[in-house]
Design a protein around this ligand. Sequence first.
Ligand code: UD1
Ligand code: CA
Length: 472
Amino acid sequence: MILAAGEGKRMRSPLPKVLHEMGGKPLLYHVLFQVQSVLPHSSLAIVVGHGREQVEEYVLREPLFKTLKVNFILQSEQRGTGHAARCAMDSEWGKQQVQMKNPVLVLPGDLPLISSLLIQEMTFPLKRGEALRLLTCELSEPAGYGRVMKRGKNGPVLRIIEERDANEKEKRIHEVAASIYFFQAEFLKSALHRLSNHNAQGEYYLTDVIADAAKAKRKISVLLWEKEEDLRGVNDLWELMQADQIMNDRLIRFWALRGVRFLDGRTARIEVEVQLSAEVVVDSGVILKGLTRVARGAILGPRIVLTHVEVGERAHLKVGTVAEHSQIKADAQVGPYAHLRPGSVVGVRCKIGNFVELKKTNVGENTSIAHLSYLGDAEVGRNVNIGCGFVTCNFDGRIIQGQRKHRTVIGDDVFLGSDCQTVAPVTIGKGAYVASGSTITEDVPSGALAIARSRQINKSNYAQRIKKIKEE
Ligand code: UD1
Ligand code: CA
């Protein structure tokens, strides 16, 4: 059971809390990901309320969770974690768990750093007579968390006191409850019906179920979790930033141990679905997002941003390069300061130089577009040399048959001089030459030389004439 109905007031944002992103994915993704890795066949209840359409839509859309069995439980008014759990236990899903005597693992949707190991240890079968297992942790700074009250120092658990209901002495307790429990279903259901909301927030607290079990002398086991970091909750944007950094550090460590050389792990940012390979070098300020994949030996950065980009072996992406939804093949060089917009493919051994922008453009093998150019909706062949300052004029302001942009085709072995434009739709045939400064408006046949500029006139001794005019 995952509690994800809360508004997350402290986030100060209209987005439901569990949809705020960490490592490029919503908080809820991280919880579901760990649950799925340990319990792929379990029947899942996600309690939703605030922003439920958005939360449900997200879970159903995420390809990774297609095989999860998810039941959305509506908590229409957010009256506390105990009320949320009660909504789930009173639903068809809850009835089924009770009937089948399935134990119920409860997780809040805002603990995105929990590990699969934690879930494994929490879901170890309960012993006969055991009402629940409670996860606790010793925190150096326990403020904000529910404190675990025990009889004596190591005696049985008596109850959990929320920060807002705690007195000064109770606030000095460092052992906290993380809102992770493993319940015997029948007990959970009946205890939830006995909850009251006589507390500082007027809410039904799930934590009060512990006192209920203790009073009834039911057995409560405690799993004391040593790794404080795993239990960092996200309640505001400050905590989100801290959790995000922890996640980023984990990912960098993960990839470093698989052979990726990070020159500055403090400034590199890697999202969770990025795939790297051994011998990749990641310089400072490199941001890798979405489904970016980088093959062996590629050199990235400094300061580049790749979103859904495939980078081939030994490709070199230089400072300031920004690329989205594109492919860069083996041994290509891109940048400094190149922009690959969606649908671009840079072929093997190509050179895309500074201030070059590509959009929906396929560049063949060993082609060079080295300086100050824009190519949109273009097909460029192999071994092409494009001089400085080339522009494909692909948009004429009209929309013809639903097409706004026109295509440019440049054949293999073409040589384009500097400062040319081609007005699309247009084709430059294989092996053709285009003279510098040409504006090409008509197709150029293969092997031809196109010169599309006015012929130069030299007026001899003209400078002297100007001088004379000035003096008069
Ligand atoms: C909760 C615990 C606290 C624990 C802390 C650890 C309670 C009363 N307190 O406090 O003991 O130390 O987690 O992280 O349980 N939610 C609902 N419906 C509601 C209220 C909340 O679904 O009506 C969901 C939220 O979306 C969230 C989770 O329950 O995912 C926890 O709620 P939150 O308000 O963050 O509780 P904390 O104050 O962090
Ligand atoms: Ca919380």
